[in-house]
Design a protein around this ligand. Sequence first.
Ligand SMILES: NC(=O)c1ccc[n+]([C@@H]2O[C@H](COP(=O)([O-])OP(=O)(O)OC[C@H]3O[C@@H](n4cnc5c(N)ncnc54)[C@H](O)[C@@H]3O)[C@@H](O)[C@H]2O)c1
Length: 335
Amino acid sequence: MKYLITGAAGFIGAFTARSLLEQGHEVIGVDNLNDYYDVSLKHGRLEWLAHYPAFQFVTLELSDRQAVNQVFSQHEFDRVIHLAAQAGVRYSIENPHAYVDSNLVGFVNILEACRHQQTPHLVFASSSSVYGLNDRIPYQTSDRVDHPVSLYAATKKSNELMAHTYAHLYRLPVTGLRFFTVYGPWGRPDMAYFSFTRKILAEETIDVFNHGKMQRDFTYVDDIVEGVCRVAEKIPQPQSDWTVSTGDASRSSAPYKIYNIGNHNSVELGTFIDTIEQVLGKKAKKNYVDMQPGDVLATYADVDDLMADVGFAPNTSLATGLENFARWYRDYYKV
Ligand SMILES: NC(=O)c1ccc[n+]([C@@H]2O[C@H](COP(=O)([O-])OP(=O)(O)OC[C@H]3O[C@@H](n4cnc5c(N)ncnc54)[C@H](O)[C@@H]3O)[C@@H](O)[C@H]2O)c1
């Protein structure tokens, strides 16, 4: 099949592209290669994808409607996997407009292009951050998610609403995936596991937010990719007997579905730091600080419907995943 992957030079996008290429699919990857974090990581990921003859890369700004339409006029896609976004919770406090441009304008351009091309299935990245003030754990896709605490989360929730509208109005089959704290080799330098590793190895002090009283459901990148690829095969079907009052919020009378993809195992920040220390063989110097605006206290995924529908749930242990990350980090940065 012919896949479009947006954000193909990004962390999750590059691994997803590689997996699909290994399965024998054709992949057109697009990305604007922005410098939100070290661009050499993006170029490095594209270097490994360039080895596949079935891979083509196009530098593309998603908020540029004409440029998006041009890619769709040149290719007819069997699947669109939309992973490009301005990511990061904390940065959305400093730079809100980047989120509107990439996550809202960019998303409507993808929706419109898919609608006109009648794409058989659009899969897009949402986020665990949509759960916001929800305090019922584990987080279920049937829970209400009306109280985000960062603009990043609000744009991801908006994507779910926009996607539902297109599924309803135009019968565009669309699936949203709420990823839970994704980590692994070639990951994002703005995320805690990455910056903690750098600082511990450099003997710098790490900031431990909310005095360590936070929990995250850390999900290894290979598990995310496995989930994305399986979900791409599973085109959501409209539920004919579904109503808002009796139905589950993750489904619809339209061809629309939302899944969580998380490790369904919430880990305390302290345990997380202990595990990094073990895999690095080095102790962290810690500075305990208050919670950052925009952060949530805990994330924890319920993945029962993912398991029921695609026969898979993430299962890589934190120790194994962090060992793989640390091995890559030392090799890549020669430390
Ligand atoms: N990594 C996580 O923990 C996590 C958790 C939840 C959700 N997500 C979501 O998963 C997706 C992938 O995340 P990631 O961790 O790989 O992030 P990433 O930043 O590594 O990848 C996103 C890519 O999109 C590109 N991009 C951003 N804005 C663009 C635009 N306007 N036009 C074209 N390209 C653009 C960036 O250059 C980047 O390469 C994102 O939608 C993110 O919000 C990630």
